[in-house]
Write a protein that binds this ligand. Structure first.
Ligand code: RTP
Ligand code: MG
Length: 140
């Protein structure tokens, strides 16, 4: 299996509850390495651009409002089959459906306040990483 990269966001519900370290620990224990990390307060324009694929969904406005409500931590994660590995440790979108031991089962509050984002394909990972990081900020 090839070593690849994915993009992760520790969302406002998690940063607010001081769970940046706890979430990162779960990512690291799953075999992912944090090769870039920064705490930012997203602008509305950044959040709307990032979630443009969800523009027509009924929850779009709520999602953007939530993501800009407080700081987030954006990260680049590296590991074998990183996209799938990260999605496995994140768990299902709705924490009520998430498996035991996953980040969302352990920490998420609701389908909206679900603690983490993770890219869903290698192609989207590359796009999302570029949205938030310059090459010289990523140290593999
Ligand atoms: P993510 O993109 O954040 O990693 O999560 P995901 O793939 O599991 O979920 P996705 O379908 O891409 O939806 C993006 C985010 O929108 C919020 N959402 N709210 N209220 C709702 O019904 C609803 N559905 C989705 C979630 O926060 C989800 O992570
Ligand atoms: Mg998604």
């Amino acid at each position: 299996m090839a070593v690849t990269r994915t993009f992760s966001i520790i969302k406002p519900d998690a940063t607010r509850r001081n769970l940046t370290g706890a979430v990162t620990k779960m990512l690291e224990e799953a075999g992912l390495r944090v090769v870039a990390s920064k705490r930012i307060h997203m602008t509305r324009e950044q959040a709307e651009g990032f979630y443009a694929v969800h523009k027509e969904r009924p929850f779009f406005g709520e999602l953007v409002d939530f993501m800009i409500s407080e700081p987030v931590v954006v990260q680049v994660l590296e590991g074998e089959d990183a996209v799938q590995k990260n999605r496995d440790v994140m768990g299902a979108t709705n924490p009520a459906d998430a498996a035991e031991g996953t980040i969302r089962k352990t920490h998420a509050l609701s389908i909206g306040e679900n603690s983490v984002h993770g890219s869903d394909s290698d192609e989207n990972a590359a796009i999302e990483i570029r949205h938030f990081f310059n090459d010289d900020e990523i140290v593999g």
